[in-house]
Ligand binder design. Structure first.
Ligand code: ADP
Length: 525
């Protein structure tokens, strides 16, 4: 590892080798290249392209390395440190050591450091966005959006750091005062997915650091570069060594590394975003030593269009909610429930909008709105959902098969005549498939929407105020979009009910996930 991949220096020649096939990472036109930190080949800041783990403020190679691929072309982007259990334990120790001092750093100072980290993200937003597109395939415009969203979590929690309050409670005992203190939990193990390689990290880490916790991040194996670039900027911002640690690992090591992190006695908190299946495994680990957990798991978002809806608004919302990140977000609409009076018009307009506005291609191409799926397995799942639905009577309105652009691409697909027994009604597709079910009554729509063991986001379109209240209150989800298809924002609580998870991220509630409540009974007054 050390000889081949230990890119500890910022040597331009070595960095260029990281992106042999990323032909789209070109220098930006008109950019001056004074020979500073920018590589001449790709216009990326060489400082941000890291392959080693980041532990205790140092870049460390691991004994092995794993390849990361560009999902659009399949080409290798680079080899990254494949950390194992020893590296995970070392990172936890570094985080624990740092916690002993970080918890005592004033909230003002923590706030200033988080703000600096945010500012550096904004300064480097072009490069960070390119890294996201290279490793996740997401269209560059969306990657830019993610970087702003991601940086805003650091900004938000830099502000929240200074608003951690306790309480004083007066009881019947006159000679006592009862105090409630909020204290940082300790070391947080943070396990993140590939679909938002940057924002899923800052949403957790911003809150954790603001609260006074330190973190060990295990990023998804598909997208470790964004996590490592964040480490470089954290370091540059002056976040002390050991406060933010990153240990990438391959899929084959994720299980043992996850277990090591989630059972280590020095870890107090686990925060995970990913599939419900993996979340359940981590919950079992957490149970062994009763660790605090936050889980942001899968969804099956219903998108309901009532007869009273403005159909054009509903179509615009459906496009945004379904096709962002090529359908690969946990809040993407998974099931379209459309009332019979508006059904045919909605399907017609939805199909037209898809054919006109969705362009499949490489995320670096200007016109692209639909990049590749993350890997072959993801494409197979969409294909399976389509063929299952068609075999049970669904109609392909548009799309329906793999896209000729390349191996990981699938045509944006609209199915009608979908029924509840089809896989696409029951499982999260995580791809560009929009299945439409027809319903008669509001009660029926609610029953279908709630017939799921998960409940993350739900959307509906209606112009009837009474119906809006009824439906918003009855949907069994953590987040509701009423006449809106995109609802996430740093100021608002993100999270689900049922098997979609535990806890909330972002907002004023997010920081609570990293704070313990301590009651102090102060007597003898
Ligand atoms: P996906 O199937 O979309 O990759 P996962 O839930 O499997 O979703 O992955 C989300 C994150 O969880 C990734 O960082 C992955 O490496 C990690 N992960 C997967 N399996 C395990 C496991 N058994 N223990 C710990 N982490 C895991």
């Amino acid at each position: 590892m050390a000889t081949c991949w230990g890119l500890r220096s910022c040597c331009g020649a070595r960095r260029r080798a990281l992106w042999p096939a990323a032909r789209h990472l070109r220098p930006r036109a008109g950019r001056s290249e004074p020979g500073g930190a920018r590589t001449r080949s790709y216009g990326l800041s060489s400082e941000l392209l890291r392959t080693d783990s980041f532990v205790g403020g140092r870049w460390l190679p691991a004994a092995a390395a794993f390849p990361v691929h560009d999902p659009a072309s399949g080409a290798a982007l680079g080899m990254v440190a494949d950390c194992g259990v020893p590296e995970a334990r070392a990172a936890v120790r570094a985080a624990h050591e740092a916690f002993c001092s970080w918890r005592g750093v004033s909230v003002k100072e923590r706030s200033v450091l988080l703000r600096k980290w945010h500012d550096l993200m904004i300064q480097n937003k072009e490069d960070l966005a390119q890294i996201i597109t290279a490793e996740s395939g997401k269209p560059l415009k969306e990657a830019h959006g993610e970087i702003l969203y991601s940086a805003h979590f650091l900004e938000w929690f830099s502000e929240e750091a200074r608003r951690i309050y306790g309480d004083i409670i007066y009881t019947s005992a006159k000679d006592r005062r009862s105090l409630v203190l909020k204290q940082p939990m300790g070391v947080a193990a943070i396990i993140t997915p590939w679909n938002f390689p940057s924002a899923m990290i800052t949403r957790k880490v911003g809150a954790a650091l603001a609260a006074g916790c330190t973190v060990v991040v295990k990023p998804a194996e598909d997208t470790p570069f964004s996590a490592l670039a964040l480490a470089q900027l954290a370091n540059q911002a002056g976040i002390p060594p050991g406060v933010y640690n990153v240990i990438p690992c391959s899929r084959s090591k994720a299980k043992e590394v996850g277990e090591a992190l989630c059972t280590d006695p020095l870890v107090s908190k686990i925060s995970f975003t990913g599939s419900t299946a993996t979340g359940k495994i981590l919950l079992q680990h957490a149970a062994k030593s009763v660790k605090r957990v936050s889980m942001e798991l899968g969804g099956l978002a219903p998108f309901i269009v009532f007869d009273s809806a403005n159909v054009d608004q509903a179509v615009a919302g459906a496009m945004a909610s379904k096709f962002r990140n090529t359908g690969q977000t946990c809040v993407c609409s998974n099931r379209f429930l459309v009332q019979k009076g508006i059904h045919d018009l909605f399907v017609k307009k939805f199909a037209e909008a898809m054919q006109k506005n969705l362009h499949v291609g490489n995320g670096f191409e200007e016109r692209t709105t639909q990049g590749p799926l993350i890997n072959e397995k993801a494409v197979e799942k969409v294909e399976r959902h389509v063929s299952d639905a068609v075999s049970k009577g669904a109609t392909v309105v548009t799309g329906g098969k793999r896209h000729q652009y390349g191996r990981n691409f699938f045509e944006p697909t609209l199915l009608s005549n979908v029924t509840r027994d089809m896989l696409c009604s029951q499982e999260e597709t995580f791809g560009p498939l929009a299945p439409v079910l027809k319903f008669d009554t509001e009660e029926e729509a609610i029953a279908i929407a709630n017939a799921a063991d998960v409940g993350l986001a739900g959307y509906f379109y209606s112009q009837d105020p009474a119906q809006i209240w009824r439906v918003a209150e009855q949907l069994e989800v953590g987040m509701v979009g009423v006449n809106e298809g995109i609802i996430s924002s740093v100021e608002c609580p993100f999270g689900g009910v049922k098997q979609s998870g535990l806890g909330r991220e972002g907002s004023k509630y997010g920081i609570e996930e990293y704070l313990e409540v301590k009651y102090v009974c102060y007597g003898g007054l």
